[in-house]
Write a protein that binds this ligand. Structure first.
Ligand code: NAD
Length: 279
């Protein structure tokens, strides 16, 4: 069993999650099975990925006790609203073949709809009912988090955001650290674009690891939860073999210095693919 981190509600979350975004539904059950066999105990899916049912099948068929696998899913922002949030969670639970999820996230803000707070209230109630063991947010900025904090006493357990060596989001991480919010890193490998960076390649050689493993280890030492995605069994296994070495402080600094490197991988968030919500 690999290490876990304790969230602000006392619940432990395994420190590497298997991301299933863009894994076609037809391959998801097989890939989640590979991941569970490799030792992953944390799967990150979402309504919009269209593969919750296949994740559910893999977990149900794995023979693992339900409580041994940490399942995250996310509400499609199209369904923001109090009643629709509860209704859509039921649909996700049915597909995932479980009576609860370990973490339920509001996938991204949808300012046009302006029903974020209603959904958050529904999440608080679903938590009280035991249908979700933790609740969190995704793709929120510092301003968004401060806005939410003024309106709700419930601190999100996590904020799942784009994060990788070329896009380190310092201010956001500082806010997370000081408010007890765990950072989940999506795009932890910058979609594979960071892997050819010469600094990362050199360091990977030094530690006798692959560039992907080096980057994932960097996330872990920062206290982040990376969610690497792969549909290649050898890479799925490779991405979990990151707990048997430690990057020293100087080398952590070298990776930190890559932030915003114009030759590095661009951020997808900064490219405006996601709505920026400025309440
Ligand atoms: P990622 O950084 O994990 O990149 C995935 C790509 O990297 C793969 O397609 C593969 O080509 C490559 N790769 C993976 N392991 C490798 C290895 N060992 N060696 C070489 N190449 C490797 O990015 P992602 O898939 O966008 O994000 C990961 C997960 O984060 C998703 O599956 C999803 O669960 C989550 N996510 C969440 C949001 C959100 O809005 N909350 C957005 C995007 C992704």
């Amino acid at each position: 069993m690999h290490p876990t981190i304790r969230m602000n509600n006392g619940i432990e979350i395994p420190q590497v999650g298997f991301g299933v975004y863009q894994i076609p539904a037809s391959r998801t059950t097989e890939m989640v099975r590979v991941a569970l066999d490799a030792g992953y105990r944390h799967v990150d899916t979402a309504q919009v990925y269209g593969n919750e049912a296949e994740v559910g099948t893999a977990i149900a068929e794995s023979g693992l006790p339900r409580e041994d696998v940490f399942i995250t899913t996310k509400l499609n922002p199209q369904h923001h609203g109090y009643d629709s949030t509860s209704k859509e969670l039921e649909e996700s639970l049915r597909k995932l073949r479980t009576s609860y999820v370990d973490l339920y996230l509001l996938h991204w803000p949808s300012p046009g709809k302006d029903r974020y707070l209603e959904s958050w209230r529904a999440c608080e109630d679903l938590f009280a009912q035991g249908k979700v063991r933790s609740i969190g947010v995704s793709n929120l900025t510092v301003a968004n988090l401060a806005w939410l904090a003024e309106r709700s006493a419930t601190v999100p357990a996590v904020n799942q955001v784009e994060l990788h060596p070329n896009f380190q989001q310092d201010d956001l991480l500082r806010y997370h650290y000081s408010h007890g919010i765990i950072t989940q890193a999506w795009g932890p490998l910058a979609l594979g674009n960071s892997l050819s960076d010469p600094t990362l390649q050199g360091l990977a050689e030094k530690y006798r690891k692959t560039p992907a493993q080096l980057i994932l280890r960097w996330h872990i030492q920062l206290g982040n939860i990376p969610l690497p995605k792969s549909a290649t069994p050898s890479r799925i296994r490779e991405n979990l073999a990151v707990f048997d070495f430690r990057i020293d402080a100087d080398d952590m600094g070298r990776i930190t210095a890559l932030d915003g490197d114009p030759n590095g991988a661009p951020s997808r968030t900064m490219g405006a693919s996601l709505p920026r919500w400025q309440p």
